[in-house]
Design a protein around this ligand. Structure first.
Ligand code: TYD
Length: 214
């Protein structure tokens, strides 16, 4: 149950290479042009401690990180993000747009690493004191397409991205299951659609939500 707050909380989710960052940026720009106060942020990260945890958990070279440690690092970064960044911005009436949130942990650590989606969700509900998005935009990407997109440039894959395609296939299935369980709070779009079309559909849904609140 979302708690009382004047702002709107939107999360972008999807596999690696889905184009979340592009769409999050487009939505933020469009809402700013419409006069809304917008905070764009990302996970892991969003706070100084979160950015440190980001490089610890994503960079190669820290040795083996076992799945529970990995899940706790993402959850720790998220706890700081929710309490220090997201809640205060929502309380001030901003639209908060985050690139990834709890569903990423449920999909990557719960399903991808086989820790169990129920346990990982419970851990993250505790970490965030139950702070849930008003809307989750899921950009659904086929694992092969995602890999082609993210290796198209010169950027090296991080520790999670470089996992094999079957890991990414489990993640995709988990995201879709989350969306199917609560369709009223999800917008699921095929990541391969044209950038402009995706941006228009996302803005349309967000404007409906903003309109229904005034
Ligand atoms: P992301 O920021 O989307 O990567 P990039 O900026 O390089 O496109 O996410 C970083 C990686 O962390 C991505 O592979 C997904 C993974 N991740 C998890 O495994 N669990 C989580 O809870 C989060 C937030 C991310």
């Amino acid at each position: 149950m979302p708690d009382q707050r004047p702002g709107l909380f939107i999360a972008f989710e999807g596999g690696d290479g889905a184009g979340k960052s592009t769409q999050a940026a487009r939505l933020a720009e469009a809402l700013e042009l419409l006069g809304f106060s917008v905070l764009r942020t990302r996970e892991p990260g969003g706070t100084p401690i979160g950015e440190k945890l980001r490089s610890l958990v994503l960079d190669h070279g820290h040795g083996t990180i076992d799945p529970r440690t990995e899940a706790l690092m993402f959850a720790a970064s998220r706890a700081a993000h929710a309490s220090q960044v997201i809640r205060p911005a929502l309380a001030q009436g901003s639209v908060v747009i985050t690139d990834r949130y709890i569903d990423s942990s449920v999909a990557y650590q719960g399903a991808g690493r086989d820790l169990g989606t129920v346990d990982v969700r419970r851990l993250n509900e505790w970490a965030t004191e139950g702070l849930e998005p008003d809307l989750t935009v899921l950009l659904d990407v086929h694992p092969g397409d995602g890999r082609d997109r993210r290796t198209a440039g010169d950027v090296a894959e991080d520790r999670l991205e470089s996992e094999p395609d079957d890991f990414h296939a489990r993640i995709r299935a988990a995201f879709l299951e989350l969306a199917e369980a609560r369709p009223e709070t999800y917008l699921v779009l095929p990541a391969q659609d044209a950038i402009e079309d995706l941006a228009a559909q996302i803005l349309g849904r967000v404007r409906d939500l903003l309109g229904s609140r005034t």
